[in-house]
Design a protein around this ligand. Sequence first.
Ligand code: M6R
Length: 360
Amino acid sequence: EKGGHRHWMSKEIAEQPGVLADAIAHYASEDAIKLPQDIDFSGIDRVVMIACGTAFYACQTAKYWFEKIARLPVEVDIASEFRYREPPIGPNTLAVFVSQSGETADTLAALRYCAGKARIASVVNVSESSIARESDIALPILAGTEIGVASTKAFTCQLTVLHLLALKAARDRGQIEPAIFGEMLRDLRALPGLINQALAVGPDIRETAFALSEAEDILFLGRGQMYPLALEGALKLKEISYIHAEGYASGELKHGPIALIDDSVPVIVMAPTDELFDKTVSNMQEVMARHGRIVLVTDADGAATAGNDTWRVLTMPTAPSQLAPILYAIPAQLLAYHTAIAKGTDVDQPRNLAKSVTVE
Ligand code: M6R
């Protein structure tokens, strides 16, 4: 039933090219995005996105896309904070709830708080779930059943659907030229092929992960849209390997966390060559000057420019910059997976965790 895989998590990681292709084909045609029910973003002036855990990091990533591509202000919050804050929500707000299970208690309570105040959309994996049923519009992510407690394919499918939603918002609001819109849809259709190439880097990642399994603390760094992925990489690693890990925005390092760095602390830097690459590299050099061991996750250009004195380089395929957070989720997942294997922990059923968190 695991299709030759040792764990559900590894099966679910490997399924990503296929399920992402399904989700893209479901929502995008050659030159348009079709939703089960239309959301007209021209009448929306604010988006709030609410979720927990990995789904929350998908929302944080999507904020970069909505604000940059669609020029639409987005507020992101964790459900357990949002629901008690009594945030003001107006009729021109779109409230988006993201949940794999569709049953997370805090996310559902936050949705109920918004009911009747705002238009409610949900991005869910389980279409028959409470969150899907109580939304005005439910957008399935089409990841198929996810069994491993550590969310993998649901995360990349959430990102993909949220990316499509951001493109739809940009189109509705007249913020994107039709030609660029078409090009971005083409880029998205090419993504499953790039994910396949990233999966092929698996053996290098496994070797790095075995070295990481000796560490007691690991930091993940990213800037811009790669910052939420640093948080996700750290969550994934601590969840299944029980190694203490933290994600930071690269630019925040010098405001405190750099005090942790010595030669026993591996630092994983998520840095595709985009317009922020040089800034991230200079943060990385600050770590190297303090003998931190760098794992640079980048593309061929980045490896050629900045890979020289690093401890390890993991080379990803070159991708359109807006899609890098989806692509770089693969090495984040595989690093966590292989580190857990090296430590001998229970990958699919980590201690103290449940797949669906239905308590508050
Ligand atoms: O079912 P949900 O997406 O609402 O679950 C939210 C979190 O509990 C979930 O993403 C959790 O953080 C995962 N175990 C992370 O891998």
